[in-house]
Design a protein around this ligand. Structure first.
Ligand code: TRP
Ligand code: ZN
Length: 864
């Protein structure tokens, strides 16, 4: 390791030394020597004569203060320190950078020939020297000069001029009237196809919409544009927030580290989060695209107009914007199914993060590499914290709070406390104790004990909250605990305390609470923490009969799914205890009967039935163990699937045949395909002649949801047709890399002893490219995340595959390497043999002489 990377602490926050009143940027684009000239006006806030600018990998050409060469400066790896400055001055800096050799996908880089930028969190310093921090806001004028072979020259805001240069190149000038921090700056230059549209705002202004995609992809652009229009209309109707510029542009690029980026007026998207048609994208892809397009659009107010004071406040914009995109999806689609998705992400990923060495509060206190904190904790748990405020304030109170927040802080860079204060001031709901959620680390547990007193006809619920051992917050949290009580016929019973009906959201503010509810002739069934009203683990000994009662009667789809997951989990845990490697595990017949009933009756939303039929995945189940019993868990899950398939063959077949998947995008079409795929997935384990035929026929479908469903069923059950189906797919789709990603994922998730060798071989597939994060995630990410049997092989070959890859990625793209290391972070949750093997891979990384800050921070935490 070189110099030990330095941590930054929230408690050390200092305001900037200077303000910047305006920034003029000009770019002369060349692959290896792009010249950047930056002219800015600085005003010192304190009486300092120094200015310390951020800058990395920049070649400094000239430096002028008030038009004259300035020689009083020191340059280091990451900064430029200017001294002997006046208090107010113009600073002109010209630098040179090399986009074509920038594989980090941060700063200015080339994606398949097109120039593009990614500045969040701290990428602007790879473009020019600047105060690269979110609390320095200014207006931008940008000039881009490039060869005419690059037709589109884009930046934030409005285009004010374009033309040709004397040497036969061309240029464009852009002006962004809104002040913004440097992380929202964007530049894109390339050759694209463009889909244009228009949106009329509620106040009657016409906004031009433009989606730029790689040439030849226009047929995959409409869904994203339609999603954008839906998002713009929704933000007006639900939040009364209207778009502010005359143009909104989205560019899809193939090389991108994350999903998308909300640069002011010029979003840049991973092409995987934009492009869709029925042949290439699944129903799930359509849903993801809509929600990400929404997410980036919603940032225009929650992130851009009101931004973060410092990066420790990231959840201010991300938690809130995830909450907003979840509400968008729920208002437009099924609230229950969207809630199920959100909770699955919390259970499978966030709880795991919170239980491991990277555990942090939604407002972290200490950061080495900011890119490491774009996490499920900051995003998803952050959204749950916003959701709790929404539960406590109600929709009206919450909207009042939002209005006050935006009115108070428009144009400012603020903190999470500012947000909560606005919520409190506008609603009158006291939130002082609630603020502890911003400091709290690890998943809190709520222990629940209930008792029924038939003589008094009371039902008593005792709640005790426990915080995780790694939690610095020792005082109790304010937990909105939603409760529903079901009567013997499934009716929802009123909650009566002291002869008064109370709200279903119980305010749990003490360590220990007792609630006495009155008026029950028989013991009710409690639906605890309904709708996952707080990001907690519930400890309660549900009897299977109670869970089945909830599955049958609860008013919310989410609660029914939750009960089903609980029931499955309990059965899995019970069987894991019996595991000896030989016995065949079967599902409790009472639960099997419930599945059969659901499948046969097919009442209500059939997409929900598909969800109810699905076992919790390996990650979600792992969260319930202190030491994950890999072999037992893999075997029990597999045996249960087999048992369901065999026991319910007829019902599955009937449901499969009767699910009518007409309607490309209608909810009914989507639901029917979901149920069909679930049925086929189980049926493949039976694999009689009928079923093999169905799989083959369905694999020929022109609809990607169905085609992929067939291939998933075939690969999971290892049908004899699998090899041929996979070969056909490969032959048919090599021209479409996003579709090939689905094929790479399938290859990676096959549970076979030859999978690892196969993966090394696939590095040489003509479509594979280690410098493309989508490819890497599809192949190696899916393997480590979704193939537990092979990844956790006891000979360590799975761990070695990931370790080998991380060593390469460390040099190529540290941000991607650091995301990919996640499966190793939980090494302490496994048995001794596996612990040693995973640790050895982490040690290989620790020993690298060029270890990036990104990996350093995680590896160091994992090993300490
Ligand atoms: N702000 C983006 C979002 O959530 C995500 C983001 C952060 C990002 N850092 C990034 C995207 C780096 C791409 C690359 O909407
Ligand atoms: Zn975001």
């Amino acid at each position: 390791m070189q110099e030990k990377p330095q941590a930054k602490y929230l408690k050390d926050y200092q305001p900037p030394s200077h303000t910047v009143s305006h920034l003029d940027l000009s770019f002369d684009l060349q692959p290896t020597n792009t010249k950047v000239i930056s002219i800015a006006h600085y005003d010192a806030i304190s009486d300092t004569t120094d200015l310390r600018l951020d800058g990395i990998d920049l070649k400094l050409l000239t430096l002028k203060v008030n038009g004259k060469a300035h020689t009083q400066y020191e340059q280091s790896q990451s900064h430029l320190l200017l001294t002997e400055l006046p208090s107010s001055f113009d600073l002109e800096i010209s630098t040179e950078i090399s986009p074509s050799t920038n594989t980090s996908l941060e700063g200015l880089y080339q994606s398949a020939g097109a120039y593009c930028t990614q500045c969040e969190a701290e990428g602007f310093r790879k473009i020019t020297y600047f105060l690269d921090r979110p609390d320095v806001l200014t207006t931008y004028d940008v000039k881009i000069v490039a060869d005419k072979s690059i037709p589109y020259l884009l930046s934030n805001g409005n285009k004010i001029e374009d033309g040709v240069t004397e040497d036969g190149r061309h240029y464009a000038k852009w002006q962004d009237p809104f002040k913004k921090p440097s992380y929202l700056f964007a530049l894109v230059a390339g050759d694209f196809d463009v889909l244009k549209d228009e949106f009329i705002t509620q106040s009657g202004r016409a906004v031009e919409l433009a989606l730029f995609v790689d040439k030849g992809n226009l047929d995959k652009a409409p869904h994203a544009v339609e999603s954008l229009k839906r998002a713009m209309a929704w933000d007006e109707s639900r939040f009364n927030l209207e778009y502010d510029l005359d143009i909104y542009m989205i560019v899809a690029v193939d090389f991108f580290n994350m999903g998308a980026m909300e640069n002011k007026g010029l979003n840049v998207f991973n092409s995987a989060c934009v492009l869709a048609n029925q042949q290439t994208a699944t129903d799930r892809d359509y849903h993801t695209i809509e929600s990400i397009v929404g997410h980036e659009y919603f940032h225009n107010w929650t992130g851009n107009r009101v931004t973060c004071r410092d990066w420790f406040q990231l959840s201010l914009k991300e938690g809130l914007t995830v909450f907003r995109d979840q509400e968008f999806s729920s208002d437009l689609g099924s609230r229950g199914l969207n809630r199920i998705d959100a909770v699955m992400a919390m259970r499978a990923h966030q709880f795991t993060e919170d239980a491991g060495p990277m555990a942090h509060s939604i407002r972290p206190q200490k950061v080495i590499e900011m890119n490491n904190f774009y996490t499920v904790t900051v995003y998803n748990k952050g959204a749950e914290v916003i959701r709790m405020m929404h539960s406590l304030l109600g929709e009206q109170g919450f909207q009042k709070g939002m209005k006050l927040y935006v009115d108070r802080h428009d144009g400012q860079a603020v903190t999470c406390d500012d947000f909560v204060n606005a919520m409190q001031d506008a609603s009158g709901v006291e939130l002082t104790q609630f603020k502890r959620w911003y400091e709290q680390v690890g998943t809190p547990t709520i222990e629940v004990v209930t008792s029924f007193d038939p003589t008094k006809q009371t039902f008593i619920i005792e709640l005790t909250q426990h915080r995780a051992t790694n939690d610095p917050v020792v005082e109790p949290l304010h937990i909105p605990f939603a409760l529903e009580l079901l009567g013997p016929d499934g009716e929802i019973l009123p909650l009566i305390c002291d002869s008064r009906e109370v709200s279903k959201i119980l305010n749990v503010t003490n360590e220990h609470h007792q609630f006495v509810f009155e008026g029950f002739e028989q013991e009710p069934v409690p639906v605890l923490l309904e709708d996952f009203s707080a990001p907690c683990i519930i400890q309660y000994n549900y009897k299977l009969e109670q869970l089945i009662h909830i599955i049958q009667y609860a008013s919310s789809d989410y609660a029914r799914w939750e009960a089903m997951q609980q029931a499955f989990s309990q059965e899995v845990f019970a069987e894991v205890n019996k595991f000896d490697g030989h016995i065949t595990h079967t599902l409790n017949p009472k639960l099997m009967a419930v599945l059969k009933q659901l499948l046969t009756e097919r009442n209500g939303d059939i997409a929900l039935i598909a969800e109810l039929m699905s076992l919790p995945n390996f990650d979600a189940l792992s969260a319930g163990f202190t030491q994950v019993p890999v072999n037992a868990l893999v075997k029990v899950i597999k045996d249960f699937k087999h048992d369901i398939a065999v026991s319910l063959t007829d019902a599955l077949k009937t449901a499969y045949v009767s699910a009518k998947e007409q309607g490309e995008l209608s909810h009914d079409g989507v639901s029917a395909r979901a149920l069909k795929n679930t049925c086929l997935y189980y049926l493949a384990y039976v694999a009689d002649e009928d079923i093999e035929g169905w799989v083959e026929t369905q694999s020929l479908s022109e609809n990607m949801t169905l085609k992929l469903g067939a291939l998933k069923a075939a690969t999971a059950a290892d049908l004899s047709c699998t090899g041929a189906l996979m070969e056909n797919f490969d032959a048919a789709w090599r021209h479409d890399l996003l579709v090939m990603d689905k094929w790479f994922s399938l290859q990676a998730t096959i549970d076979s002893n030859s999978t690892i060798d196969n993966l090394y071989g696939l590095y040489n597939h003509p479509c594979f490219d280690k410098s493309n994060p989508n490819r890497v995630r599809a192949l190696v990410g899916s393997f480590a995340r979704s193939n537990p049997a092979q990844f956790h092989r006891e000979d360590g070959a799975g761990y070695k595959l990931l370790g080998d890859l991380l060593i390469e990625l460390n040099g190529l793209n540290p941000q991607n390497a650091s995301r990919m290391v996640t499966p190793f972070m939980s090494w302490k949750k496994f048995d001794k043999t596996r612990q040693e093997l995973m640790k050895a891979q982490l040690q290989r990384l620790a020993d690298l002489t060029n270890l990036s800050d990104d990996l350093y921070e995680k590896v160091e935490k994992a090993l300490s």
